[in-house]
Write a new protein. Structure first.
Length: 342
């Protein structure tokens, strides 16, 4: 699925766009020409590319449709005009030219070098583990749906439990759903504690938070098995749509954290990112650094989790649902990617 990230990138884009020709073909920067396509036929792009969306730059890896107009995002597609216009997507130059129509073919663009996320661009990081959630069920070789506590919940509230049926994969997303059932609530978790542990690297998760609801408590985090080994890439408390929390815990109850603000974190997908180095922890959101620390950086291997809990049975911090809390809601994850030094 798509990666969506604000990025400081200059694109080579011609100022004028010719009207869409009846037939078009794509030509790569190295001179190879793809199979011809006709108006409206999608050109599938295998990995992330960059598209100009007026005031911002966004990174996507979905369809590139020749349907006319200036490049802009429309659903999951980028669009461009035909004629002599050229758009540079990272290192790949895409040029449209007039050719003979062929209504049956599409073409695939496969750049040889995948684009690294901006915080680690021009480094020797490489993708070592990921899940794009392009299947129809949870990949059991990567995740379990019970968590490291065997159905016990992260929030510790007696009125809340995990159900494996609340975790699903479809349409390129992993979805955790919470439900109210009488006076109780249930949600879900995905965890790598039985499949994969990580030590250092750059972790990137593209996710969309649930709607506002007191008591809602989704999280994306790495955990080493004790409270002194916990890296919280994102926590959100449903009573406040303007604040997310990025924290790490170390030592004997010590912690460092930051609380990035937005007008409403729930309206769109965001990139929650962390660079974990032997001597430093750095957090980012949408490729923008939010904080960095050097104290008490954990060294042990950790497993990766994301969960959607309701209520807080450990402390008053998480809060509890009330009459305004929706009785069902979803936490969607588009992809999870882990990069490490080659």
């Amino acid at each position: 699925m798509s990666s969506y990230a604000a990025a400081a990138l200059t694109l080579g884009l011609m100022a004028q766009f010719a009207p869409l020709a009846p037939t078009s073909a794509l030509m790569l920067g190295d001179g190879r020409t793809t199979a011809p396509v006709v108006e409206g036929k999608p050109i599938e792009v295998a990995i992330g590319f960059y598209a100009l969306d007026f005031a911002r730059v966004t990174s996507r890896d979905e369809s590139f449709d020749l349907t006319g107009g200036a490049p802009a995002l429309n659903g999951g597609s980028a669009r461009a005009s035909a004629g002599s216009s050229t758009v540079s997507f990272a290192s790949v130059s895409v040029t449209t030219t007039s050719v003979q129509p062929d209504p049956t073919t599409t073409a695939t663009v496969n750049p040889t070098t995948p684009t690294l996320p901006p915080p680690i661009s021009r480094t020797n990081y490489q993708l070592v583990w990921s899940d794009e959630f392009n299947g129809t069920s949870v990949d059991a070789s990567k995740w379990n749906k019970v968590g490291p506590w065997g159905h016990s919940v992260a929030s510790g509230w007696a009125n809340f439990s995990y159900l494996t049926s609340n975790v699903s994969v479809a349409n390129g997303l992993a979805t955790i759903t919470v439900h109210k059932s009488g006076s109780n609530w249930n949600g879900g978790i995905l965890s790598t504690d039985t499949t994969k542990r990580f030590q250092y690297g750059f972790v990137e998760v593209r996710a969309k938070l649930p709607p506002k609801g007191p008591g809602f408590w989704p999280g994306i985090w790495l955990y080493g098995g004790t409270s002194s080994d916990e890296l919280d890439m994102m926590e959100w408390l449903g009573r406040d749509v303007t604040t997310v929390y990025q924290t790490y815990h170390y030592g004997s109850g010590q912690q460092q954290g930051v609380s990035p603000k937005s007008s409403d974190w729930t309206t769109d997908y965001h990139l929650f990112q962390m660079k974990w180095e032997p001597s430093r922890i750095t957090y980012y959101i949408d490729n923008v650094q939010t904080a960095s620390w050097t104290q008490g950086v954990p060294a042990r291997q950790m497993y990766l989790m994301f969960n959607f809990d309701v209520g807080d049975g450990v402390s008053p911090w998480g809060g509890y649902p009330d009459g305004s809390t929706p009785t069902t809601a979803t936490f969607n994850v588009d992809y999870v990617r882990v990069y490490q030094h080659s």
